[in-house]
Design a protein around this ligand. Structure first.
Ligand SMILES: Cc1ncc(COP(=O)(O)O)c(C=O)c1O
Length: 459
C-alpha cells in the first residue's frame, strides 16, 4: 500500500481499556508538571495520549487527533515507523549501552557522525553527541569558551541571541533564550548574554513602516558587539525559523549580513536547528537556504524523529583545528553519560536512511505550495493557514486572536475570514507559543511531513 493510501484511510482506534480517571489521579498525585501551571495540573483534565499511527494520535478516551505538531517538532516521520522499531530492537540485543567518550566509542555513533558530516554544510565536519536540544546549546557555550581561551581570548564569553528565541530550558540554554517567561522566577540568568530584536517584518519596530526590510535588525548585532566590545563577544546564536517564539522564518539576507558581521569581529555564528534540521524546511539544515556556513549547528529532535532522546552539535573544522593545537594534556571536560548512546544513534541512522535524500521533505514542500490555492471553504481555510503563512512549508505559522470559539488569523494578508477551532470529529492538535498581551501564535509550524498530504486528501 502506498503511503498516500495508508493515510487516506486512517486506522480505527483500538478499544482502550485504560481507566483514564485513575491515570489522571496518579499523574496529579505523583508528577511535577512542566510547562503548565501548577493549578492546571492539579485541577485540569489533561489529555492522556495512548497510541499513535502515521499522523494520528488517540487519547485514552478514544478521541482521534491529527497531530499538527509532530509531537513537539520532532516526530517528523509519524508514529509508526516499524523499521525504526526494528533498528532499536536489533541494537538493544547487540549492545544496549556503552560510552561515546572517554576513549570508547560504538559503531552506531561512529557511523551516525560520519553520515551527519556528510550531509552538513561544507566545513562542519566534527560532531559531539548529546541527549537533546538544551544540552546541544550548553555544549555550544562551552565549545565557544574553550575555542577562544585556546586562542588567548579569555574575555570572549558574551553571547548574543534574539529576543524571541527559544534555545532550551537548562540554565545556559535558558539564558540564551529570549522569551521572558523562561527567565522569570529563575533569575539571575547567565549575565553574559545580550538579546537583540528578532527580524519579524509583521511586527518590526525598525523598518515595519518602510516599503521593504532594511535589515536594520541585523545591524543591531554590530551595534551590540561594539557596545560590549568585540574582544568580549564569543558567539551569535539564532534559529533560522523561530519555534517557541512563534514560527518566524528569518530572511536569507539576514543571515548573509550576520555572517559578514561575525567574520568582521571574530564572533562565532551558531545556527540552532533543533527544530529546523533534517529536512523540515526542504533542505537538510534550514541555514542552507541562506547560502552561508555557520561555525556550529546545534540540533536534536528530527535527528531521529524523536523516537529516542538524541541531539548533536556540528562544529566547523576551524574549531577542531584550534582544539587540536591545544597544549599537551588539554581535554574537553564535557559530555554526558548518554552522549552517543548506541541505541539512540542507531535510530538516527535509520531516520537518515528513511529521509534520504530528503525526498519526503521536498514532497511535503511541493504539496504545501499546491494546497495554497484551495482556500474556498472554512475547512480549506485551515489548509490555507497550514500551507501558506510564511512560505517555508512544512514549517508554517499563523498569528491568531481568539474571539469566543472562533479564531481570527492575522497575517500580512488580513482579509482572512474566521475558522472554527474544531473542524470535524478529528481534532487538529496544535501547540500555542509565544504568549504576550497582544497575541498568541499557533504553532502549526511543526506538522509532520505527511499532515499536509492528509489534509489535502480530505478536501
Ligand atoms: C530551537 C530550539 N532549541 C533548543 C530546544 C531545546 O531542546 P530540548 O527540549 O530537546 O532540550 C528547542 C526545543 O523545542 C528548540 O525548539
Amino acid at each position: 500500500m502506498s503511503q498516500q493510501q495508508a493515510y487516506a484511510q486512517p486506522p480505527a482506534p483500538r478499544p482502550f481499556e485504560l481507566d483514564v480517571e485513575k491515570l489522571r489521579d496518579l499523574e496529579r498525585q505523583n508528577k511535577l508538571p512542566v510547562f503548565t501551571t501548577f493549578q492546571d495540573h492539579a485541577d485540569g483534565d489533561f489529555t492522556v495520549i495512548v497510541a499513535g499511527k502515521g499522523v494520528y494520535l488517540w487519547d485514552a478516551e478514544g478521541n482521534q487527533y491529527l497531530d499538527g505538531c509532530s509531537g513537539i517538532g520532532n516526530v517528523g516521520l509519524g508514529y509508526d515507523q516499524t523499521e525504526i522499531a526494528d533498528a532499536v530492537h536489533a541494537q538493544m540485543k547487540t549492545l544496549p549501552f556503552h560510552l561515546g567518550g572517554w576513549n570508547f566509542s560504538t559503531p552506531p555513533s561512529i557511523e551516525l557522525a560520519a553520515k551527519l558530516t556528510q550531509h552538513a554544510p561544507d566545513g562542519l565536519n566534527r560532531v559531539i553527541f548529546v541527549s537533546g536540544g538544551s544540552e546541544a546549546n550548553e555544549t555550544v557555550i562551552k565549545v565557544s569558551r574553550l575555542y577562544f581561551r585556546l586562542r588567548g581570548f579569555e574575555k570572549k564569553t558574551t553571547a548574543i541571541a534574539l529576543d524571541r528565541s527559544y534555545h532550551g530550558a537548562t540554565y545556559g540554554a535558558a539564558s540564551l533564550t529570549g522569551l521572558p517567561h523562561m527567565h522569570e522566577h529563575f533569575e539571575p540568568m547567565l549575565s553574559k548574554v545580550r538579546h537583540i530584536p528578532t527580524p519579524y517584518r509583521y511586527r518590526c519596530e525598525q523598518c515595519g513602516t518602510q516599503p521593504a526590510c532594511t535589515l536594520a535588525c541585523a545591524d543591531m548585532l554590530e551595534k551590540v558587539i561594539l557596545e560590549e566590545g568585540p574582544e568580549t563577544v564569543a558567539f551569535f546564536i539564532a534559529e533560522p525559523v523561530l519555534g517557541g517564539g512563534g514560527g518566524i522564518p528569518l530572511p536569507p539576507e539576514y543571515f548573509q549580513r550576520i555572517r559578514a558581521i561575525c567574520d568582521k569581529y571574530d564572533v562565532l555564528m551558531v545556527s540552532d536547528e533543533v527544530i529546523t534540521g533534517f529536512g523540515r524546511t526542504g533542505k537538510m539544515f534550514a541555514i542552507e537556504h541562506a547560502g552561508v556556513t555557520p561555525d556550529m549547528i546545534s540540533t536534536a529532535k528530527g535527528i531521529n524523529s524523536g523516537y529516542l532522546p538524541l541531539g548533536a552539535v556540528l562544529l566547523h573544522e576551524k574549531i577542531y583545528d584550534t582544539f587540536l593545537q591545544a597544549p599537551e594534556g588539554t581535554d574537553f571536560s564535557h559530555g554526558y553519560t548518554n552522549s552517543g548512546h548506541p541505541v539512540c544513534c542507531a535510530v538516527g541512522l535509520k531516520t537518515l536512511e528513511i529521509i534520504q535524500p530528503l525526498e519526503i521533505a521536498l514532497r511535503a514542500k511541493q504539496r504545501a505550495c499546491r494546497v495554497t490555492g484551495l482556500c474556498q471553504s472554512e475547512e480549506a481555510l485551515l489548509l490555507y493557514v497550514l500551507s501558506c503563512m510564511q512560505g517555508v512549508a512544512p514549517f508554517i505559522k499563523a498569528e491568531c486572536v481568539f474571539e469566543g470559539d472562533r479564531v481570527e488569523v492575522l497575517a500580512e494578508e488580513r482579509n482572512f475570514s474566521l475558522f472554527h477551532k474544531e473542524q470535524s470529529t478529528i481534532t487538529l492538535m496544535i501547540h500555542t507559543a509565544c504568549r504576550d498581551d497582544l497575541y498568541l501564535a499557533l504553532e502549526l509550524s511543526k506538522n509532520p511531513f505527511w499532515v499536509l498530504q492528509r489534509v489535502e486528501d480530505q478536501v
